[in-house]
Design a protein around this ligand. Structure first.
Ligand code: FAD
Ligand code: FMN
Length: 778
C-alpha cells in the first residue's frame, strides 16, 4: 500500500504515524514545503479529553507531548484596569514547534520519510498512490484546486489578528482588553507554554487595524505597537515575532472531505477540511483527531478504501460541526467587544467566560464556586437597586439563582424571570377562548413562571392565522379572556400578557397539527379568506394565496383594529400587552425588505419600512394604560442574505423604546421559507444581548432554552432581563417550581393546595443529588 501525505503539520504527521503503525509495510511519504524547524506561531492548547484520545492512538508521542506541557487552571481577565481571576479551568499548552518536533521524531523513528523544503507538485505527481492525504492546511491547494468536488464554503471574518510571542511567565490564561486612544479595542489572548515563554494573539476590528496605520507584514511596527499598548500586561517583556502577519480568520467548511480525482482517492484532513476560530483553541485537536478517525476507519474497512473514507467523514461530521459552531459563537463575542464595554467588570468576566455557551452558570460553579457566588450577589444587588430594595450585606436572597429575582416593568411587578412564551393553541371557535384555554393558561400560571403570555390573538377575523386562532375584536372574546385572567390573578402570582397580531400573508392556513402554513383545504368545506400584505408576494409561490398590497386606507383600518383590541385587552384585565412584529406576520412583513418591496413612504429604507408598524405601536400605546408595560416581539434577523439583521433590529428597538416600549421580545426568522436559521442552544439570545446592550433596553430571550441553568446563564451574563420558554412549558407547566425545588429556593409561591407536593419534590430532588454525589465519590 502506498500513502502519500501532502503537508507535514499536526494532521499530516500524525496520520502518517498512525497508519505506519497500522500497516508497517506500507510506503508512507510526507511532503512538506517548510524546513523541520520552521513554524508559524508559538504555542497551542490541548484539553484533557484530547490527551485521552492521543493516549489511545499512540502512547509514545502522547508521553512526549505531556512531558512538554505547561498546565494551568486559572483565567485572568484584565478589563479597564481590573484583573479578575477564575479557577478550575484545566488547560495544557505546548509550543507548536515542540509539538511538531515530537511528531517529526516519532515519524523518523517509524521510518517515515518526510521530504522537507519540497513544494507538492500537484495530484498528478501522486499517480500510483492508493491514498492521498491532503493535510496541506488552511490554504489547501488540493481543496482549492478541486472546489467543484469538495464544495468549500468560506466565511471570511472581519477582525484582524496576529500571532506573537514574549519571553515572560503568565499565571494562567490571560486576556487583556485595551482601548487605544486612536480608536478601537484591542484584545490580547495569552498563555505560557513553557517556563519563560508565552504565546500572545492580538486581535482587533479591521477598522481599528486600518486606523492604526500598521502594515500587514510590518512585524517590527506590530511588536512596537503591542509593547506600547499592552505595556502594563507585558511588564517590560519584549514582543517576539515569527512570520507574525495580520490575518483575517476564514471559517472553512466543505460539503465533502473525500473524493476520487483522476482515479486517486483523496481525503482532506485538519485545517484543509475545516477550521475552528483560535478563540476556542481547537484546530490542532481537530487535526489530530481527524487523523485518529481516519486510521480507525481504515482499520475497520481495510479492503474497501471508499467505504473507509466515507466512514471517516461520517464519524467526524458531528464533532467537527459542534466545535465549529462553538467557535463561531465565540468569535462573534470577540468581534463585538465594544458591545460589552459598558459592563461592570464582574459581568464582563462572566460574559467572556460563558461566551460560547459551553461554560454555563452551573458549569462555572463547578470550576469556581466563589466566582459564581460573588457574581450572583453582585447581580442580585443590581436588580435590588433597580427596584429600590435595600439589601443587607447578609440578605440570603442575594445568593438566590438569578432566575428568581423579581423585576418591575412600569407598575407591573414580575415575581421572577421565567416567562411562558406565547403559543398558539389553535382551538378557539370564532376567536373565543374556551375551557381548554382556561385550563392551559391556568395551569401555566400555577406553575410558578413570573409572566405568562397568551398566544397570538388576532385583531379581526381576517387577521387570523388559522380558524382556530383566538381573537379580540368583540365583547364575547374579551369576557372569555377576562375569565382566564381573573383565575390567574386570584390563584397565582403570575402576570398575564396579551399578544396581539395580524397574520398578513401567512393567514388563512391550517392549524398547527394540520399542514402548517398551507392554505385551508377547501375540498373539506373550509373557506379561505383574502389576505393583505405590504407587497403582493405569496408566502410560497404556487401554494399560498397571493396577498393584496395594502393601501393607506387598509393601514388605517388595521391600526383601528389594533387599537380596539388593545382596549378590549385592557377591559379583560391583562397586565401587559405585546404587539407581534415577528415571524413574517403583517407588521413583520413591513419591517423586512424580503417581504416589503413597496416604493412609497412605507417601503425602501428601514425608516420607511418601520413607519406604519411604529404608527400602530404609537396608536396602541396611546390607549393602553400608561402604568402598564408594552413589549414588541420581533424577528431580529430574517436569516436571509439581504434580509433584516441584528443591526437593523437595534434601530427598530431604539425607535420603539423612544415611543414607550418597555421590552423587546427577541425571536428570529420565519419570515420566508428560504430562511436558513443557525440553530443551537439559546441560539437567538445573541440578538437579545445585542439589542439590550446596544439599544439600552430590557430584552426577553427565547428559543431553545431548556434548563434553569441556561436561564441563569442568560441573565447573569447580561444577555436578557427575562427568559421565555415555549415548548419546555408544554411538557412541564411547573418548570419554575421544579427549578426552585432543585435549587432549594423557597421564595416561589406554590399553590397552597399543592404544598405537600412541594416538600415531597424537594426531598426527592435532594436525595437524588446525594445519591449522585455518593456514586461520584465511589
Ligand atoms: C492565532 C492562532 C492560534 C491558534 N491556537 C490554537 C490552539 O491554541 N490550539 C489548537 O489546537 N489550535 C490552534 N490553532 C490552530 C492550529 O494552528 C491549526 O488548526 C493546526 O495547525 C492545523 O493543523 P494542520 O496539520 O491541519 O495544518 P497546518 O498546521 O497548517 O499544517 C499544514 C502543513 O502543510 C504544509 N503545506 C501546505 N501546502 C503545502 C504544499 N503545497 N506543499 C508542501 N507542504 C505544504 C504547510 O507548510 C504546513 O506545514 C491556532 C491557529 C491560529 C491561527
Ligand atoms: C405550539 C407553538 C405555538 C406557538 N405560537 C406562537 C404564538 O402564538 N406567538 C408567538 O409569538 N410565537 C409562537 N410560538 C413560538 C414560541 O413562542 C417560541 O418563540 C418558540 O417556540 C421558540 O421557543 P422554544 O424553543 O422554547 O420552544 C409558538 C411555538 C409553538 C411551539
Amino acid at each position: 500500500m502506498r500513502i502519500d501525505v501532502i503537508g507535514g503539520g499536526p494532521a499530516g504527521l500524525y496520520a502518517a504515524i498512525l497508519l505506519k503503525k497500522r500497516f508497517p509495510d506500507a510506503a508512507i511519504d510526507v511532503v512538506e514545503r517548510n524546513r523541520p524547524h520552521d513554524t508559524f506561531g508559538f504555542g497551542i492548547v490541548l484539553s484533557d479529553e484530547t490527551l485521552g484520545n492521543l493516549e489511545r492512538a499512540d502512547a509514545p508521542s502522547r508521553r512526549e507531548i505531556e512531558a512538554n506541557f505547561a498546565y494551568w487552571g486559572d483565567i485572568h481577565v484584565q478589563y479597564k484596569g481590573h484583573v479578575l481571576k477564575s479557577s478550575g479551568h484545566g488547560f495544557s499548552g505546548i509550543g507548536r514547534l515542540k509539538l511538531l518536533q515530537i511528531l517529526q521524531a516519532r515519524a523518523a523513528e517509524l521510518g517515515i520519510p518526510v521530504r522537507y523544503q519540497t513544494e507538492d507538485a500537484g495530484l498528478s505527481a501522486h499517480r500510483g498512490a492508493d491514498l492521498v492525504i491532503a493535510s496541506d492546511g488552511i490554504n489547501s491547494a488540493v481543496r482549492e484546486g478541486h472546489r467543484a468536488l469538495f464544495r468549500p464554503g468560506v466565511d471570511p471574518r472581519t477582525n484582524r489578528f496576529v500571532w506573537l510571542g514574549a519571553n515572560m511567565n503568565l499565571p494562567g490564561f490571560y486576556y487583556s482588553f485595551r482601548e487605544d486612544p486612536r480608536g478601537g479595542i484591542w484584545n490580547m489572548h495569552a498563555y505560557q507554554y513553557r517556563p519563560g515563554e508565552s504565546t500572545i494573539v492580538i486581535e482587533t476590528t479591521n477598522e481599528a487595524f486600518l486606523a492604526s496605520g500598521l502594515g500587514v507584514e510590518d512585524e517590527a511596527a506590530t511588536a512596537a505597537w503591542v509593547e506600547q499598548l499592552f505595556a502594563d500586561d507585558l511588564k517590560g517583556a519584549r514582543v517576539l515575532t515569527n512570520r507574525s502577519f495580520w490575518r483575517q480568520f476564514p471559517t472553512i467548511t466543505c460539503e465533502t472531505w473525500h473524493a476520487t480525482i483522476e482515479g486517486l482517492p483523496v481525503v482532506l484532513l485538519g485545517d484543509a477540511a475545516h477550521t475552528a476560530h483560535f478563540t476556542i483553541g481547537s484546530g490542532t485537536k481537530l487535526a489530530m483527531e481527524d487523523a485518529i478517525a481516519l486510521d480507525d476507519a481504515i482499520a475497520e474497512r481495510p479492503d474497501d478504501l471508499a467505504a473507509a473514507l466515507a466512514l471517516y467523514e461520517q464519524s467526524r461530521r458531528n464533532e467537527v460541526g459542534r466545535i465549529q459552531h462553538s467557535a463561531n459563537v465565540s468569535l462573534v463575542w470577540f468581534e463585538n467587544v465594544r458591545r460589552f464595554w459598558g459592563m461592570d467588570p464582574v459581568q464582563f468576566n462572566v460574559s467572556l467566560l460563558t461566551r460560547s455557551k459551553q461554560i454555563t452558570y452551573d458549569n462555572l460553579k463547578l470550576r469556581d464556586a466563589g466566582l459564581v457566588r460573588e457574581a450572583t450577589r453582585w447581580w442580585n444587588r443590581q436588580q435590588a437597586d433597580a427596584l429600590g430594595i435595600a439589601a443587607a450585606a447578609d440578605a440570603p436572597w442575594l445568593d438566590a439563582p438569578p432566575m428568581f429575582a423579581p423585576l418591575r416593568l412600569r407598575d407591573m411587578p414580575v415575581q421572577n424571570r421565567v416567562v411562558v412564551s406565547p403559543m398558539a393553541q389553535y382551538c378557539a371557535v370564532d376567536g373565543v377562548p374556551n375551557d381548554w384555554h382556561l385550563v392551559h393558561y391556568g395551569t401555566r400560571a400555577l406553575g410558578g413562571a413570573g409572566l405568562v403570555f397568551v398566544e397570538m390573538t388576532c385583531v379581526s377575523p381576517q387577521a387570523r392565522i388559522t380558524p382556530g386562532c383566538t381573537g379580540l375584536w368583540n365583547d364575547e372574546q374579551a369576557a372569555a379572556f377576562a375569565r382566564i385572567v381573573d383565575f390567574a390573578h386570584a390563584r397565582s402570582g403570575a402576570r398575564l400578557c396579551m399578544q396581539l397580531g395580524h397574520a398578513g400573508r401567512k393567514g388563512s392556513t391550517q392549524v398547527g397539527w394540520g399542514q402548517m402554513d398551507w392554505p385551508l383545504d377547501e375540498s373539506h368545506g373550509a373557506r379561505n379568506w383574502p389576505l393583505v400584505s405590504p407587497s403582493p408576494i405569496p408566502y410560497r409561490d404556487g401554494v399560498n394565496q397571493m396577498p393584496r398590497e395594502m393601501t393607506r386606507a387598509d393601514m388605517d383600518a388595521v391600526t383601528a383594529q389594533f387599537v380596539h383590541s388593545a382596549r378590549l385587552a385592557d377591559r379583560a384585565g391583562f397586565d401587559m400587552l405585546e404587539l407581534h412584529m415577528a415571524h413574517g406576520y403583517l407588521l413583520a412583513s413591513f419591517l423586512s425588505p424580503v417581504t416589503n418591496r413597496r416604493t412609497d413612504a412605507y417601503g425602501g429604507s428601514l425608516a420607511n419600512r418601520m413607519r406604519w408598524p411604529m404608527e400602530v405601536f404609537e396608536a396602541v400605546r396611546a390607549v393602553w394604560p400608561s402604568r402598564r408595560p408594552m413589549s414588541v416581539r420581533i424577528s431580529a434577523t430574517d436569516w436571509i442574505p439581504g434580509g433584516l439583521t441584528g443591526a437593523d433590529s437595534v434601530e427598530i428597538a431604539r425607535a420603539l423604546k423612544a415611543a414607550g416600549c418597555d421590552l423587546m421580545d427577541v425571536s428570529s426568522g420565519q419570515t420566508d421559507p428560504v430562511s436558513k436559521p443557525v440553530y443551537g442552544r439559546m441560539y437567538q439570545a445573541v440578538f437579545a444581548e445585542q439589542i439590550r446592550l446596544e439599544a439600552g433596553m430590557a430584552t426577553m430571550a427565547v428559543g431553545a432554552v431548556t434548563t434553569a441553568d441556561q436561564v441563569n446563564t442568560l441573565l447573569i451574563s447580561g444577555r436578557a432581563d427575562l427568559v421565555a420558554l415555549a415548548r419546555p412549558h408544554l411538557a412541564d407547566p411547573y418548570f419554575t417550581l421544579r427549578a426552585a425545588a432543585d435549587a432549594d429556593y423557597r421564595g416561589v409561591g406554590w399553590p397552597v393546595q399543592y404544598h405537600t407536593g412541594a416538600s415531597q419534590l424537594h426531598t426527592t430532588m435532594q436525595r437524588a443529588k446525594e445519591d449522585a454525589a455518593r456514586r461520584t465519590v465511589r
